[in-house]
Design a protein around this ligand. Structure first.
Ligand code: ARG
Length: 466
């Protein structure tokens, strides 16, 4: 038997890898977090090997017990990781071999190529579930803030210019919609990950009679009726990284949503707006300017979204020029996937805590939303209701706004004769339009910010979020 230069694949080598090569190529330092999934995969695989008679039931039991003990060691921080064993898969297999003689049969009909694809799909399914729950917690915090400020009205903005009045709840509900799509996207990614690659081997499956469906079932790769789902092409199964990319894309978009929410909060907490106060615990001071209270949690949410986009791009670039099928380049897929998960998760936690500690400044919101110009569109609608074509109404109200501006007064302070001179459609009741309550009550259609609709949305979100 040849001298062992490398425990797992050293048979055809005269010399082991250089220390520099080991340092360069090891992935155990980052893929060790796949250990729980790798152990689950190996347990399912060995159960299948026993099921089809390639190992005995006793060997299978010994392998399971050994894997359980190794996972306990890993979780307790007792496991000694060895760079020379490259990755999580070989570290675990090697440790198992030292404990259990039957471990040398574990890799029967398996390659690290289908093994790592399986581990990562299990990881992504787990990550989608965890992130989905965290996003839901953010939504619940937002719903809570909407409830506490049910009666607060604020200007809505387009082009960052005051546009029309909305309730603060309506604005927060817009964020809920964005995050609801993120949750749905994560659930879809989880479904895409829900196909078992094991049994694809290195590239072309195996000559041994294995039962792929058995493994898939054991690992929970099943449809809603419990039927096993397995990948359908052994070459694609070891080369495919689509679901990794889709996961990173879902995180990148979630990050963009977090960033847009954060940006609103940054603006709202500035002295210029002062609609909200963010919690001390999520702001920081300046090392120079004693008066400063900076919205750092929100700024970092904005910053992290760049990083999440970078991870997506790394994965896209990684796969772009690769020939079929597995290439070692693919080992570099893990850091961006893990980072997207970790950063999205902590972003969700920070946003939830920031929102929970945020309070609306009712006086400032009331002053801002009292700007009558916010109801200029309503005045045009008033003319339309009296038979004036919208384009003419728009023009006439524009002239009314300009007149008020020239006179340095608010729009409703203009005299009825003055506005009638600009358009005969204005009746004696024209200034009644400038009643916020009435203006909002008139916004009755689905998705509008009127109180009846907002009440409906409160009920809908309560039902959706539990
Ligand atoms: N650590 C490797 C990775 O993450 C596992 C697969 C290795 N396969 C191989 N043929 N060297 O991609």
């Amino acid at each position: 038997m040849a001298k062992k230069t490398q425990a797992t694949w050293g048979g055809r080598f005269a010399e082991g890898p250089a220390a520099l090569m080991l340092k360069f190529s090891e992935s155990a330092s980052f893929d060790r977090r796949l250990a729980p999934f790798d152990v689950a995969g190996s347990k399912a695989h060995s159960s299948m090997l026993a099921h089809v008679g390639l190992i005995t039931a006793g060997e299978c039991r010994a392998i399971h017990a050994g894997l359980d003990a190794i996972l306990r060691d890993i979780e307790a921080g007792r496991f000694v990781w060895d760079d020379r064993l490259e990755d999580v898969h070989m570290n675990i297999e090697h440790a198992l071999t030292r404990r259990v003689p039957a471990a040398s049969k574990l890799h029967t009909a398996r390659s690290r190529n289908d093994q790592v694809a399986t581990d990562m799909r299990l990881f992504i399914k787990h990550a989608c579930a965890v992130l989905g729950a965290k996003v839901q917690s953010v939504q619940k915090a937002l719903l809570g803030a909407a409830r506490r400020n049910r009666d607060v009205l604020i200007p809505g903005y387009t082009h960052l210019q005051r546009a029309q009045p909305v309730s603060a709840a309506h604005h927060l509900f817009a964020w809920l919609e964005m995050l609801e799509r993120d949750r749905a996207r994560l659930a879809e990614v989880s479904q895409k990950a829900n196909e078992c690659p094991l049994g694809s081997g290195a590239i072309a499956g195996t000559t041994l009679r294995i039962d792929r469906e058995y493994v898939a079932k054991a690992l929970g790769f099943v449809d809603s009726r419990g039927r096993p789902r397995v990948t359908q092409n052994s070459m694609d199964a070891v080369a495919d990284r689509d679901v990794f990319i889709e996961f990173a894309a879902a995180c990148a978009l979630l990050g963009v949503h977090f960033s847009r929410i954060a940006e609103d909060l940054i603006l709202w907490s500035s002295a210029e707006f002062k609609f909200v106060a963010l919690p001390d615990a999520f702001c920081t001071g300046s090392s120079l300017m004693p008066q400063k209270r900076n919205p750092d949690s929100c700024e970092l949410l904005r910053g992290k979204s760049a990083r999440l986009q970078g991870n997506l791009h790394t994965l896209l670039a990684l796969v772009k020029g690769l020939p079929m099928t597995y290439n070692r380049d693919l080992q570099e897929d893990k850091p961006p996937v893990f980072d997207s998960f970790d950063q999205s998760a902590i972003c969700a936690e920070v946003l939830e805590a920031t929102v929970k500690g945020m309070s609306f400044n009712r006086d400032r919101c009331a002053i801002a939303v009292a700007d009558p110009a916010l109801l200029a569109t309503d005045l045009a609608d008033y003319l339309v209701a009296r038979g004036v074509p919208f384009r003419m109404a728009h023009y006439a109200v524009g002239a009314v706004v300009a007149l008020a501006e020239r006179k340095g007064c608010s729009i409703p302070a203009l005299k009825t004769e003055e506005v009638r001179r600009l358009h005969a459609g204005f009746g004696p009741d024209w200034a009644k339009v400038f009643d916020l309550k009435r203006a909002l009550a008139m916004r009755r259609g689905t998705g509008m910010p009127g109180p009846a609709q907002v009440a409906r949305q409160f009920a809908r979100w309560k039902k959706l979020l539990g």
